[in-house]
Design a protein around this ligand. Structure first.
Ligand code: TXA
Ligand code: MG
Length: 329
């Protein structure tokens, strides 16, 4: 049985107790909901992989509420890392450090590094404080599903599989944190997010490279797996060609589907099921996973149309392309 907890002192205390005793608690952050366990308890961490159905070589992010906890888990904090920690944490960024041995291999998928994040969400910080141990947490979805951005989405995937769910606010950002690796010769963004390479580069005073080919950096195993996929077929259009989209829609209908077009076009498509993605890239990021989960319930074919070329758009494209399983129209 999963306990449904509120954000009050009593329930936060219960959530912290559950984590310290080796249980699993889902909690909100400003990016997406996380599924937390005591990062210092290997048995608890292993149960995360079971609850999610996640491959065990895909490492987890360790969450903290106070920067002083970094010294417990990172064996070295480089000058660059100092700069990023002081300028961008707390926030929607995760930084990879060399790890200390208190962090077991099951947290890091056998890597000698550990990814650390201090969220900015007040609710997340209150939960982490109540745990008072570093908390290993992936996104709180079943493996391959879109990340959850509301507690209801966590419930859909995790009801009965975890000890408790903190019913907090909807996530403001909507896509996962930027993962920044500072352990090598050059700063590398392993997963793009809302904190952009440009911002990081300004903080560091040097260029930051975005790893676009997952084969290049085996150090971030997460990027290899099927990800963010809705339950129904999905196709992605990148050129905004309305005739092409419209005729694909008509073909779906002819084939017996009840399709929907996910679009940024304010007028949508006449006589078609349409769902508005958002007016700005920040809005699209906020809505994307939420809408994929909504559309898979109402329709049975998702035709998404998206383009954009700034850095936030790049992060959205990274997610939406995977949702569509590289299925490009
Ligand atoms: O916004 C977020 O980051 C959310 C919230 C809950 O904090 N968490 C999240 O976790 O998205 P998850 O497990 O879904 O994704 C973690 C990503 C994966 O791509 C993983 O490969 C990478 O971080 N990662 C974790 N530890 C790493 C390490 N030591 N080196 C390189 N990449 C690592
Ligand atoms: Mg995830």
């Amino acid at each position: 049985m999963t306990k449904y907890l509120q954000f009050n002192d009593e329930d936060l205390h219960i959530a912290g107790e559950i984590v310290r005793k080796g249980g699993l608690v889902a909690f909100p952050t400003e990016t997406v909901y996380g599924l937390g366990a005591n990062a210092l308890d290997p048995e608890a961490v292993k149960s995360i992989y079971v609850a999610k159905g996640r491959p065990s070589d895909n490492p987890l992010i360790v969450h903290i509420y106070d920067k002083s906890q970094l010294n417990e888990i990172a064996s070295r904090i480089s000058e660059d890392a100092e700069k990023v920690v002081s300028a961008l944490m707390p926030g929607s960024i995760t930084v990879v450090f060399p790890k200390k041995s208190v962090i077991d291999d099951c947290v890091t998928g056998g890597l000698n590094t550990v990814a650390v994040r201090m969220p900015s969400s007040k609710e997340a910080l209150a939960f982490l404080k109540s745990c008072n141990v570093p908390v290993a947490a992936p996104s709180a979805n079943t493996s391959t599903r879109p990340s959850p951005t509301t507690w209801q989405a966590v419930k859909e995937d995790m009801d009965g599989r975890i000890d408790a769910l903190l019913m907090g606010s909807d996530c403001k950002v909507g896509i996962e944190s930027t993962v920044l690796d500072l352990t090598g010769d050059e700063p590398l963004v392993l997963r793009p997010g809302i904190v952009t390479p440009k911002e990081i580069s300004q903080v560091l005073g040097k260029p930051v490279r975005v790893v676009t080919n997952p084969k290049e950096k085996v150090n971030s195993p997460g990027v290899r797996y099927k990800h963010y996929a809705p339950r129904c077929p999905m196709v992605l259009n990148l050129d905004g060609n309305r005739d092409k989209i419209r005729s694909f829609y008509d073909k779906c209908v002819k084939d017996g589907y009840n399709p929907v077009i996910l679009t940024r076009h304010p007028e949508g498509y006449p006589d078609c099921n349409t769902c508005f993605l958002g007016a700005t890239d920040r809005e699209v990021a906020h809505n994307l996973f939420l809408l994929l989960r909504r559309c898979e319930k109402q329709y049975d074919y998702i035709i998404a149309s998206y383009n954009g070329d700034d850095e936030v758009a790049f992060s959205i494209l990274n997610r939406i392309t995977k949702s569509a399983g590289q299925n490009i129209l």
